[in-house]
Design a protein around this ligand. Structure first.
Ligand code: BDR
Ligand code: CA
Length: 303
């Protein structure tokens, strides 16, 4: 099993990514580190706890809190896509304990990087603020990890928050620039690939109907808000942005890859440049294999 840390700003698709990771035997999720993005930091941390409480993975990953704001910009959130509370505003979650997080995101990342080195996979599915701060603390330790899988960017396709920029990179382009210039082993999962990963409502309903119960009901409820995006093939559904990052972290053969030199523009644009590649970009996807695997593994333990 691959020791794994997930840096996240839950978020409907983040929540699905966490459930998918816990159902993936290739990944041993040691910690969730939270970052401000889809929702303010305190809510991101509460949502990470809520999703962990829903699935109750064993062993339970540590939840460690990270950056409350991007490096240099005010925070832009995504309530219009995820709901005011980040999880579709369905209510009815268990009462949150007083202390949800136990540790600081940067400490947890650096500690795992030093312990596991090449074995560690860091999956970043929110703005890259925590990763940039960890780099500032110990760049050598981060350069020694096996893979940094990032959901973000729009390389050869339009953005989703500006004509050219994708949300995670747009929220903290300064952090993204530092991360892409640091010589890290980056696998980027941009909109180019995730727009091929649209989940249709009936696909999820059918899968959840195979494992009825309170967990399935909650998954159906918090995802309902997200089924309104249009994918590359014209279908409408929920885009599995963050679950795809988890999918390729566990099995890179789900995607086809292009080695690219990318630079980060002032507003979070991800542009190709000539020169030595600084990342591998997912450009194609075996959609059928990915979606089938995702639905099979969606938190099966507690369903
Ligand atoms: C990314 O932005 C967020 O809203 C999603 O959780 C995902 O990480 C997609 O652009
Ligand atoms: Ca996210």
């Amino acid at each position: 099993m691959t020791p794994t840390i997930i840096d996240t700003d839950p978020g409907i698709d983040d929540a699905l990514a966490l459930l998918f990771a816990w159902g993936s035997p290739e990944l041993e999720v040691e910690a969730l580190t939270t970052v401000a993005g889809n929702v303010p930091l305190a809510l991101a941390t509460v949502n990470a706890w809520r999703v962990r409480e829903l699935c109750r993975p064993a062993p339970a990953p540590v939840i460690a809190e990270g950056a409350a704001a991007p490096l240099r910009r005010p925070l832009r959130t995504a309530a219009d896509y995820h709901g005011q509370d980040g999880l579709g505003d369905i209510g009815g979650w268990p009462e949150t304990p007083e202390r949800v997080a136990s540790g600081q995101a940067v400490d947890v990342m650096i500690d795992a990087a030093r312990r596991h080195r090449r074995r560690l996979v860091l999956i970043a599915i929110g703005p890259l603020t925590n990763v940039a701060l960890a780099l500032e603390r110990d760049a050598e330790a981060l350069r020694a990890i096996g893979r940094l899988v990032i959901m973000g960017g729009a390389v050869d396709v339009p953005g989703n928050v500006t004509p050219d920029a994708e949300f995670n990179i747009h929220v903290d382009p300064d952090a993204a620039r530092r991360v892409f210039e640091a010589g890290l082993p980056i696998d980027l999962v941009p909109l180019d690939a995730t727009r091929q990963a649209i989940l249709r409502r009936e696909e999820l309903s059918e899968a959840l109907a195979r494992t009825p119960g309170p967990v399935a009901e909650r998954i159906a409820a918090f995802t309902a808000f997200g089924f309104r995006e249009r994918g590359a093939d014209g279908t409408t559904g929920l885009t599995l942005h963050d679950p795809l990052a988890v999918g390729v972290a566990a099995d890179p053969t789900l995607a086809t890859w292009d080695r690219v030199r990318l630079i980060i523009g002032a507003d979070g644009e991800t542009r190709r440049r000539a020169g030595a590649p600084n990342c591998r970009v997912a450009v194609g996807l075996d959609r059928a294999r990915f979606v089938q695997r995702f639905l099979e593994r969606l938190c099966p333990r507690s369903a």
